[in-house]
Design a protein around this ligand. Structure first.
Ligand code: PXP
Length: 255
């Protein structure tokens, strides 16, 4: 297999959903996720991710309007594959649209999208979004069948679900975390060889970021919950700055 050189600086996308979670706990306007997004930009975020869930439990429609107006970095609009969300994406035409599975009862996005089971519908679903100029990304498990299906339906990007690796690491299951990491590495390589751009996200912390950031095929990490939590203790800009430092440190070590 060919040697893959890291392509420039690894991008860091900051997911601001949980600033909105805190705001919505009191039903008012504070804290404002757009303010958080602008501070994340200043701290070195290369993009902002926001997930407009069908139940609007955190990000709201007006947050998306305001982010589109305020941001200087690209917005990665996360959404379920529904007609309502497609219409919103087409109205705003964000830089990127990441299609995720969504269940109302889940606490967070639990797994990757089952693209293989829904290939035909998803092909037609993403075509107008792609034609509107958005980069379409599919959030998938590190699974060859799903990556092949994402490629087949015409996506430009796959975001690999890093949750199993990160959970195993945080629960001290080192054998599982190593095998999940190996799987992510193999699948990042496979997706890259198909010509897909490779991102990774979900559950990433300071302790789990470097092994993922070391994969040369991965060009973007999307990180939210841990950093918004860490911002309570350090402030949002130092919290993001430390993640940026860890990513740059490991990339600098790759010959
Ligand atoms: N990427 C995707 C596709 C997601 O659904 C999420 C969670 O909303 C994230 C990244 C960020 O995950 P976390 O908040 O655990 O860092």
């Amino acid at each position: 297999m060919s040697e893959i050189k890291p392509v420039g600086r690894l991008r860091l996308g900051i997911n601001i959903d949980h600033i909105a979670t805190v705001r919505n706990a009191r039903g008012g306007a504070y804290p404002d996720p757009v303010r958080g997004a602008l501070m994340a930009e200043k701290a070195g975020a290369d993009g902002i991710t926001a997930h407009l869930r069908e139940d609007r439990r955190h990000i709201s429609d007006s947050d998306i309007d305001n982010l589109m107006d305020a941001l200087s970095v690209p917005l990665n609009f996360e959404m379920a594959a529904t007609d309502e969300m497609q219409a919103i994406a087409l109205r705003h035409r964000p830089h990127a649209v990441c299609i995720v599975p969504e269940k109302r009862e889940e606490l967070t996005t639990e797994g990757g999208l089952d693209v293989a089971r829904d290939e035909n519908r998803l092909t037609h679903f993403i075509a107008p979004i792609r034609d509107a100029g958005c980069r379409v990304s599919i959030f998938v498990a590190a699974d060859k069948v799903q990556i092949d299906a994402a490629h087949k339906i015409g996506a430009a990007v796959v975001e690999l679900h890093a949750g199993r690796y990160c959970d195993a690491h945080s629960e001290g299951r080192s054998g599982d975390s190593e095998s999940e990491l190996r799987r992510l590495q193999e699948m990042a390589r496979h997706a890259h060889e198909l010509g897909l751009e490779v991102h990774a996200g979900h559950g990433i912390t300071y302790d789990t970021v470097q092994p993922l950031a070391a994969f040369p095929e991965v060009v973007e990490l999307n990180i939210g919950h841990f950093l918004i939590g860490e911002a309570i203790f350090r402030g949002i800009q130092p919290a993001i700055g430390e993640m940026r430092r860890l990513m740059d440190e490991i990339r600098a070590d790759i010959p």
